[in-house]
Design a protein around this ligand. Structure first.
Ligand SMILES: Cc1cc2nc3c(=O)[nH]c(=O)nc-3n(C[C@H](O)[C@H](O)[C@H](O)COP(=O)(O)OP(=O)(O)OC[C@H]3O[C@@H](n4cnc5c(N)ncnc54)[C@H](O)[C@@H]3O)c2cc1C
Length: 401
């Protein structure tokens, strides 16, 4: 695959190392691999295992726990490359949780738990792929969660329901957010939520967990689930961080994670453009390559400028994240996610249109990229909620809720 127009933004030596390694790994998984997994709705375990073998699932885990000890600028490259080399947003999503769910553990878990678990996560032997926050009545309004965790001796007893929780079929542990104090008993709605590490096998053994896969039209090989907890007993030493502080602990790494999502969107936009450009150059209609028509060229070129702008914003934010305040990073990370999702959508849309009828044929992949690009406007946070954040926290307008 030719990458020259993608490689215009300079990267550090460390980023170049990540880029080369991920490109190498991705070259073993061709378009047919991703297409087959999308059609069969089967998790790309071979791909995830190979990333694990090369140590990339531990990219954010400190070296003292066997990880690569890298940061946001390197994760951005990793996620962009996974998406851009044919995997699209879904391939990046297949491992996204596995990378980010360990960061609250690094920051907040007890030393014993970190020493026990993190080296295994870094090696790919243990997966913490799932994070459970969303509930039927708490999506954008996430502090409305009602799942309860009540202390009983040296255990917590969990009851409640979660929805849209991804990769439950591919994880050993779930990072669960549950209320330890009901919403009407706390001063601020962000208080009273706690974070737990739930052992999935143990939850089944207790007969305290039921799950049901949600049939959906996008990211076929990354499954999402509804989950029901009935008197699930979680040892008190699996409370991560401080009781009642779990929502703040999740917010802590949110900007970094949002930049990774932006990188996945940029990579998705790039792979869609590559497909569009290739087809525009190959397909002849009325005796000419369709790419010689400006009605075909311009939407692709226009989307390229959007992808490039989003990429510039993303890497600028990733490079300066250590020098900026939380608020400044929040502005850039949210702006990057917003612009990158819009760029991915426009790139995928242009690629579909370029393919004419084949734009909706599975064989040409752009239909999958288009479905994925639509999803990036909704997850992990909707574009409207990103704009709410920017309006209220960056531009200083009044809160609507
Ligand atoms: C494929 C997939 C995977 C997911 N994986 C996970 C996961 O692993 N873990 C997890 O916890 N969650 C997960 N989610 C849930 C996801 O984070 C939520 O779907 C998302 O936050 C939106 O919440 P909602 O679906 O309840 O929409 P709602 O909150 O019901 O919103 C519906 C619409 O109203 C708009 N809206 C609501 N309030 C406002 C407002 N004040 N101003 C403007 N617009 C507003 C929203 O933007 C949206 O367009 C996943 C979702 C999907 C689809």
């Amino acid at each position: 695959m030719v990458h020259s127009w993608r490689d215009t933004i300079p990267v550090s030596d460390e980023q170049a190392l990540v880029r080369d390694s991920i490109r190498d790994i991705c070259s073993e998984f061709d378009a047919a691999y991703w297409r087959e997994h999308d059609e069969a709705e089967s998790y790309p375990q071979e791909f995830v295992d190979l990333l694990g073998e090369h140590g990339w699932l531990g990219i954010l885990i400190p070296e003292e726990y066997g990880g690569a000890g890298m940061g946001t600028p390197e994760v951005a490259v990793m996620m962009e490359e996974i998406a851009a080399n044919g995997g699209g947003f879904s391939a990046a999503q297949a491992i996204h949780g596995g990378i980010y769910n360990s960061t609250p553990l690094v920051k907040y878990a007890d030393e014993d738990l970190k020493a026990e678990l993190l080296p295994k996560v870094a090696r790919g032997d243990v997966a913490i792929q799932s994070m459970g926050l969303t509930e039927p009545n708490a999506g954008s309004d996430s502090t409305s969660i009602e799942t309860r965790a009540e202390k009983d001796g040296d255990e917590y007893v969990v009851n409640g329901q979660k929805i849209w929780i991804s990769r439950v079929d591919a994880t050993d542990y779930l990072l669960l957010l549950a209320r330890t104090t009901p919403r009407d008993e706390v001063e601020k709605r962000t208080q009273g939520i706690s974070m737990f590490l739930v052992d999935i096998e143990d939850a089944y053994a207790q007969d305290a967990l039921e799950i049901e896969q949600i049939p959906k039209t996008v990211s076929g090989f990354v499954h999402s689930y509804e989950m029901w907890f009935t008197d699930l007993r979680v040892p008190a030493d699996r409370l991560i961080g401080e009781e009642g502080n779990g929502f703040y602990q999740i917010l802590d790494g949110l900007n970094e994670e949002r930049l990774a999502i932006a990188a996945e969107c940029v990579g998705l936009g790039e792979v869609a453009l590559e497909c569009g450009i290739e087809y525009a150059n190959e397909r002849e209609v009325f005796g000419n390559a369709i790419g010689s028509n400006q009605a075909i060229q311009h939407p692709l070129a226009d989307a390229y400028t959007e992808v490039l702008a989003a990429k510039q914003l993303l890497y600028g934010a990733a490079d300066t994240i250590d020098q900026l305040s939380q608020k400044e990073t929040g502005a850039m990370a949210n702006a990057a996610k917003y612009r990158a999702a819009e760029a991915a959508f426009d790139a995928a849309d242009a690629a579909v249109q370029t393919h004419g009828g084949f734009g909706v044929a599975r064989e040409y992949d752009v239909e999958r990229y288009f479905r994925e690009a639509r999803l990036t406007r909704i997850v992990p946070i909707t574009q409207q909620l990103v704009l709410n954040y920017i309006s209220e926290n960056v531009l200083g307008m009044p809160r609507s809720y």
